[in-house]
Design a protein around this ligand. Sequence first.
Ligand SMILES: [Zn+2]
Length: 477
Amino acid sequence: MPLDHDKSTDFANWYSEIVMKAEIVDNRTPIKGANVLLPNGYGIWENIQRILDAELKATGHNNMYFPLFVPEELLNKEAEHFSGFAPEVAWVTHVGDKKLDRKVGLRPTSEAIMYTMFALWIRSHTDLPLKVNQWCNIIRWDTKETKVLLRDREFLWHEGHTAHATYDEAVKQVEESMRIYEKLFHDLCLSYIIVKRPRHDTFPGADYSIAYDSPLPDGRVLQIGTTHNLGQNFSKAFNVRFQKADGEHEFVYQTSYGVSTRVIAAVLSMHGDNKGAIIPPKVALTQAIVIPIYFKGKHDPVNKATNEIVAELKEQGIRVKADLRDNYTSGWKFNQYELLGVPLRIEVGPRDVEKNQAVLVRRDNGQKITVSREELTQKVKEALEAVENGLRERAWKRLEEVTSEAKTLDELEEIYSDKKGIIRTNWCGDEKCSDQLKERIAVEIRGTKLGEEEEVFASCVICGNEAKEVVYVASAY
Ligand SMILES: [Zn+2]
């Protein structure tokens, strides 16, 4: 086993091992929680950027860049927002040995700085909607435990921010952002539940928050994306107003949404196995690795065929590489690229050259097929698609397996101690019950299912009073 830890029995150590050994991240930096994204990890992020950026531009977003620095008085403007983020804000207090009169925060998110500018730019209803996207780093200085990609002090994300003339348009914008994220998560082969967060867990300053929770192998869930309807809370705090067609002035309606490098943690956790990472083809830095198999020093014909295959596949837009190093055995290379998570391996040996063929090996299930050189490109494309479908199917099956239902607290407790996962149950809506649940079983109410109103099937699982809604509970990262 190339990894020292088993995914199913020791997920925490398996995860710590895989992020390093699959060359996703190097965390041996002098700052805890601020790590290096290595080519194999940054490659995933670049492909996520490519996918999201295209969707955002196609839906009318413009990319912009705003300052990293947020003065305290700006963060303070929306009180709920500020109190939500204050514990994690890192402050610049000195320049050289001189103490600053006003300390300056490093953005924990960009609402405050962006909406200060929106107030200068938006004048008339014809300036709306305003749809801005930013790719940037975010600083959230968690003083407790940090965990690579899951809880970093500095991470990368995209943040979409919009302003609209009506509440209804903001609601539609939330829906549009959800379609964009669903496309991304489809390409990442992730399964998830979409929930509307309960009031007490809504983004600070938002009317409501919609979140995507993806199951991890240890039975917990990971939030992989969120989208918020901010209503007029921020526009009132930042005085972002526009003149309507009838001459009246009104505050704009806003939304914001984001997906961060944290989603890479979900990709690794969902798909990887004890041989290493399995990176979905759409986001893999290298989609196919060609490995020549040398025999009795006959390098030349094999290398020639390998180079031809690489050239041919590259021409077809496939991200392909060859490993022609002769100081490593083919067996070592097989293991190495399996560890890195390359979705498809192409083997070319002397016999394959003679017979004008190559062997394709899928990373997700190890399936091997021999294909003729004529149909190689087509078969590689098909195999990549098969890997993608295989991963996606497995992920959704996994979600099904971890989802259960509980009518009573005893039932809930039993399921939780057995396998954790996502548990469907009933809630009265009282935050006190939610706190109690968290205290007693360490699970959180993640929210209600979006889109359809689900009929309650028992009384509140905590207090036993009449339940108002069906909720999904889980232990979260
Ligand atoms: Zn209750």
